[in-house]
Design a protein around this ligand. Sequence first.
Ligand SMILES: *[C@@H]1O[C@H](CO)[C@@H](O)[C@H](O)[C@H]1NC(C)=O
Ligand SMILES: *[C@@H]1O[C@H](CO)[C@@H](O)[C@H](O)[C@H]1NC(C)=O
Ligand SMILES: *[C@@H]1O[C@H](CO)[C@@H](O)[C@H](O)[C@H]1NC(C)=O
Length: 473
Amino acid sequence: MLTCFLPLLLAPSCVSAVTQVPLSVDSDAYKWDIDRPPHPNATGHLIFDTISSLLQHWPNTKNYNGHSIVPGAIPAGTLLYHGRTDPEPPSGREWLALDPEFARIFCSREPIDEDPLPECWFLTLVTTRPVRVLYFDGTSAAKIPDGTIDAQDILSWGKVWPERSSFAWDYLRMNKLCDWAGVRNYSVRLYEQGTVSFSQLRAERLDPHRANSFLHASEWHDAFPGELRIKLDLSQLVSLYDTDLAPSLVEQRFNVSRAEHRLLGINQEDIDRVLARLGAIQDTPPSSKSGIDWLSLFQVIRDRYAKRLQVLQSTLKDASGSRAFHLVSTMLAPYTLDSAAPGNPGEDDNSWVLPIFKLCATTHTSFAATRVAFSTPSERLLLNAVQETLHEICRTLVMIYAEGEGGSVGKWKAEVDRLNNWLDWSEWLRCEPACSWDETCFLFGPPFAKKYWNLTAPRCIRAFPPYTFDAFE
Ligand SMILES: *[C@@H]1O[C@H](CO)[C@@H](O)[C@H](O)[C@H]1NC(C)=O
Ligand SMILES: *[C@@H]1O[C@H](CO)[C@@H](O)[C@H](O)[C@H]1NC(C)=O
Ligand SMILES: *[C@@H]1O[C@H](CO)[C@@H](O)[C@H](O)[C@H]1NC(C)=O
């Protein structure tokens, strides 16, 4: 069980203040050492965050370079859209969008202000049976050299190739992806199935109305549950944060901020392993034998802690120790055993909180952990991710709880700041003050030009003229 718990612990030994003997990384005392922070190269929290953010626009803008490749299906009856400037229905492979506001962008072409305006031909398709797809997270539709298409590069070229990020390579990349998918029974022929309409729409400049409606449409899928029209099979997901699958990326990420993590620098051995894993994805998902609903499990953890950790962090900014202690004891209440109580006051020994720590860290996962034998490798990765994440949340909370109401507020603040930085949940990035009802809080990153990017400060944009945003100027 322990190998599954912390596969990344590389530190050979450490000394516990309690026992004063070197501890093995496998020992229970090491695992539950309240003073031991997470391993700097461990990725469980990153996997937890990326997987619980799949198909959501906001977190995938914040961390725009994708690290997950997940098989899924689009159910029958789902509408898909394609915009073009000529009246010829596509004869080959083409890009489709799930929202007409995105497809509408392609009814124009450079230069944007061409006169006369190009015609807008709009194709609406419907899936007539479930469509098998492969989902790439991050802002994977943005064709830029900064990392958004690294994961697609691995599949299309067999290497990360930023020089091929320009539009000139777009259709060749798509064809390579479709070639790969076509022989593996992914759905690459939609057009012949269900055409709802192919019509000429009124030509209109992108800027400002259509460009702004594009921004507002993104908001519909900003937060959990995100884009519901794609049903992902998490039991077969592939994560490039998986350090068994892609160990060469550990070094590439070292001392690099999260938003800049990418797949550039992955070695050939790891690429081969990733491709083999992708190639082994089963047609019909027979693989989840564990029965665990990972998506709900992850979301329960986020629901339980996202808001309260943010309130805790703000409370500590005001140096309010007794309010902070109250919040911590509220979060720990389901795990605060009557039998766990401090020994002698003033005694420098935290062992009395260990039962609370363990209960807090394992209650949500103990059943899933018994299912390891029935799980896929992807599910074991998910289990480890939620275990590592909970372990650190609970460790930080019990550290504060153990000190009691008169503890060091300065230390608590540093620990909660550290925890929240480490978790890096996108719920905490908001427009402050909140936007008005006729505005959308928007986070500017790819696919917009770099001069508009500001991934630390989202801003409110108006739904009506006078617009506050002019993306295509
Ligand atoms: C593709 O589907 C067909 C028909 O369902 C099946 O016989 C074949 O084994 C599948 N191929 C792959 C690679 O899964
Ligand atoms: C983390 O990874 C870096 C880069 O590979 C390595 O230099 C460092 O020693 C690792 N840290 C630990 C504590 O293992
Ligand atoms: C990189 O290392 C320097 C020096 O240790 C440190 O100050 C900085 O915060 C690190 N940056 C990141 C992104 O980890």
